[in-house]
Design a protein around this ligand. Structure first.
Ligand code: FAD
Length: 452
């Protein structure tokens, strides 16, 4: 049974298994892009991932569609770079449908959605894994799976490496620069740097982002309506996403609240509670929802998803106002056209602030730089706002973090002191769009939808 006793672990000599230029921790969307981008900028790169594949929430969490409104807006593409290269490769393998082809290939998807730009980019999570392996091979990234990063090696305020654990034992890895793409900001938390875990307060108590386990089913009518608010459901709505096969959908329809992302006990409770809801939701659909009378469960995500777990405290925190004001920062490193999407921490439903189609905002370099610790940069979900956590945007921030890590080694400067024009030039050369052709800010500024 659980106890609060203590055990003093004896000191031990560890093998230093690897020494590299750039170490990318975590192989989700941000990690994939960071690794490729660091390699493109001449670094020797290693990527460490605790599971057996790349893709993060996209593969192990079955979040099987890029929210294309982050990358495209009003038919205009604002996230390019590694994300474009990856989706081109996946498309060639028959593993995704590009957003601009959705109207032809998935004509029913737009029906009754609440999004202003209704296209998404659905993908096959299995082909995604293979495409990501190919990309790592192409750029010479050394990948190590089945390996958990368990602590940071510090010298004063500088992170010099990490401790890893895997079947080969406990080892050390040293790197000139480290990119934290764990989604949870694990490495930055291990350094002792500050972080946040809440998404607000209720009655003086911090509230956490809710968790959700994705699942897929087939046997549905291809024209099944994919969105309908229904307060009877724990999620607060029917929320389905098309997959590659016409009769198969991914359901984002489980919801559990009050889970602490830093507690393994709570994470276990969340996994079990979410999985328990799956069969109940399937039954509810069969009985109540047109087109899903004959559905069969095909997949359950290996890991539940949480929009916000740990958020780093960075030099700059992107705010809701920045997003809804289409802010253009001088130190822009990625654009984004996804608005604000708050999953209700207190029950079903969500609150959405959609941007006006055709408009986008920027993400500043400072948002990737954690306070209180050097030699490490973050990207992806842990760098703050819900609006910038969607997967194509994580490619965007990952690409910038990887390039910054490699360039700061070349320039022999701290990450914080890297001249922004050098980083921006490198990103532009990689095909990244940094908001050079943005239109005038629109009025009204956004579309507000509440389904709580
Ligand atoms: C309910 C829900 C619905 C969503 N819907 C969408 C959607 O429809 N479209 C969209 O684009 N986005 C969606 N998102 C957001 C998106 O999935 C995530 O924000 C995104 O995947 C984050 O990318 P990341 O690279 O930061 O982290 P992750 O995808 O979380 O990847 C982190 C990786 O790091 C690894 N890792 C973590 N800790 C360690 C460690 N200590 N050691 C080694 N490896 C480690 C993990 O195994 C994982 O592979 C949704 C999120 C949720 C929760």
């Amino acid at each position: 049974m659980q106890t609060d006793k203590k055990y003093v672990e004896p000191g031990k000599e560890l093998p230093v298994s690897y020494e590299v230029d750039v170490l990318v921790c975590g192989g989700g969307p941000s990690g994939i892009a960071a690794a490729v981008s660091a390699a493109k900028n001449g670094a020797e790169v290693m990527l460490i991932e605790r599971f057996n594949c790349l893709g993060g929430q996209g593969t192990i969490g079955l979040v099987t569609s890029f929210m294309s409104m982050s990358a495209y807006t009003g038919g205009r593409q604002v996230i390019k770079g590694v994300w474009e290269e990856f989706t081109n490769l996946l498309e060639k393998m028959g593993g995704c449908i590009k957003p601009l082809d959705m109207a032809e290939k998935k004509p029913y998807f737009a029906v009754n959605r609440h999004e202003p730009d209704t296209a998404i980019c659905p993908f096959d999570p299995e082909l995604y894994k293979i495409a990501a392996d190919r990309l790592m091979e192409k750029y010479g990234v050394k990948v190590l799976f089945h390996t958990y990063i368990t602590s940071a090696i510090m010298e004063g305020k500088e992170v010099k490496g990490v401790i890893i654990e895997n079947k080969s034992g406990r080892q050390a890895v040293f790197a000139k620069r480290i990119v934290d793409c764990t989604g949870d900001g694990d490495v930055i938390a291990y350094t002792g740097a500050p972080f946040e875990t809440g998404v607000g307060e209720k009655d003086g108590v911090e509230v956490k982002s809710p968790v959700s386990t994705m699942f897929c089913f087939d046997g549905a009518a291809p024209d099944t309506v994919t969105w309908k608010v229904d307060q009877e459901l724990a999620y607060g709505a029917v929320n389905l996403f098309p997959l590659m096969k016409d009769d198969e959908f991914r359901a984002e329809m489980t919801r559990v609240t009050g889970i602490n992302p830093c507690s393994a006990e709570d994470l276990t409770k969340g996994e079990i509670a979410c999985r328990r809801q799956i069969l109940e939701v399937m039954d509810w659909l069969r009985k109540n929802y047109k087109g899903t009378e004959n559905i069969r469960l095909t997949k359950i995500a290996n890991m539940m998803g949480m929009m916000v777990s740990r958020r780093i405290v960075a030099e700059y925190k992107v705010t809701t106002d920045d997003i809804l004001n289409y802010e253009m920062f001088d130190d822009v490193i990625s654009m984004n056209a996804y608005g604000v999407d708050i999953h209700n921490p207190d029950g079903g439903g969500c609150e959405l602030y959609w941007l006006i189609p055709g408009h986008a905002y920027s993400i500043p370099y400072r948002a990737l730089l954690p306070m209180g610790v050097e030699n490490i940069i973050a990207a992806g979900r842990c760098i703050a706002h819900e609006g910038i956590a969607v997967m194509s945007t994580c490619y965007g921030t990952g690409e910038a973090a990887g390039a910054a890590a490699a360039l700061s080694i070349k320039e022999n400067v701290e990450l914080r002191k890297l001249p922004i024009d050098k980083l921006q030039d490198a990103l532009r050369k990689q095909g990244v769009y940094l908001g050079e052709n943005e239109p005038e800010k629109p009025e009204p500024r956004y579309i507000h939808i509440k389904t709580l």
